[in-house]
Design a protein around this ligand. Structure first.
Ligand code: PGA
Length: 249
């Protein structure tokens, strides 16, 4: 009942020439795949508008990697959710661990951003995940529970949010948690969502795994009952890699 979502996060990578990869993805996103898997690409904002134009009609959705929580005003260099929607976004990633680490974003900041995204009728992809030290201290579950509780806006429905579980130590490192660890955390996130939003909403909300997902490990990870897709960094830059993950889903 939950349609898997495979989302690509290009981070600070990509020039206009990279849109060629997007066109290749669009060509490979066949009607059969479209019926079974949702696809989203979040390029840098400079490419948002041309990416949305180039993906038009392909079924691939385009999103952004962050937004400001406020609607407008004196915030030099920032972008509001409305601006991103206007530029062609239908989803925004919020609370990525790189934003949390590089820009000191707190759970409360992430929640406010998610509210802004939802306010523009876009999908908020809310990221959570423990550090290596927190995992080694046996605190992964409690850290992630706290992040979910603090970052998910109250009263949201299952089509307004997606949770992305991304252990910080697995991002861009080639390392992944064991299959059992991923299963445990995803099941626990769904339990936390049930407490926050009710059982029915929790059962319908998609929980993605992110961190060193590639075509060779996607099948095993995506086969888990509570894994409803992937948030992919490095492997989303090349159409062949990304489509391998979409096909696995
Ligand atoms: P990675 O990044 O796939 O390159 O590990 C994942 C992410 O940060 O979303």
């Amino acid at each position: 009942m939950r349609k898997p979502l495979v989302a690509g996060n290009w981070k600070m990578n990509g020039l206009r020439a990279s849109l060629l990869e997007l066109s290749m993805m669009a060509r490979a996103y066949t009607p059969v795949l479209r019926a079974r898997v949702e696809m989203l690409i979040c390029p840098p904002v400079t490419l948002l508008f041309p990416a949305a134009a180039s993906a038009l009609g392909s079924g691939i959705k385009v999103g952004a990697q962050d937004c400001h929580a406020k609607a407008s005003g004196a915030h030099t260099g920032d972008l509001s959710a409305e601006m991103l929607f206007d530029g062609g976004a239908s989803a925004v990633i919020v609370g990525h661990s790189e934003r949390r680490a590089d820009h000191g974003e707190t759970d409360a900041d992430v929640k406010a951003k998610a509210e802004a995204v939802i306010g523009q009728a876009m999908l908020a992809i809310i990221c959570v995940g423990e550090t290596r030290a927190q995992r080694e201290a046996g605190k992964a579950l409690s850290v992630v529970q706290k992040q979910v509780k603090g970052s998910v806006p109250a009263g949201v429905s299952a089509d307004q949010i997606v949770i992305a579980y991304e252990p910080v130590w697995a991002i861009g490192t080639g390392l992944t948690p064991t299959i059992a660890d991923i299963a445990e955390i995803h099941a626990d996130i769904r339990k936390t969502l049930a407490r926050l939003l009710g059982k029915e909403t929790a059962a319908k909300t998609r929980i993605l795994y992110g961190g060193s997902v590639k075509p060779s490990n996607a099948k095993e990870i995506l086969a888990l009952a509570d894994v409803d897709g992937a948030l992919v960094g490095g492997a989303s830059l090349k159409a062949v890699d990304f489509m391998g993950i979409v096909e696995a889903a």
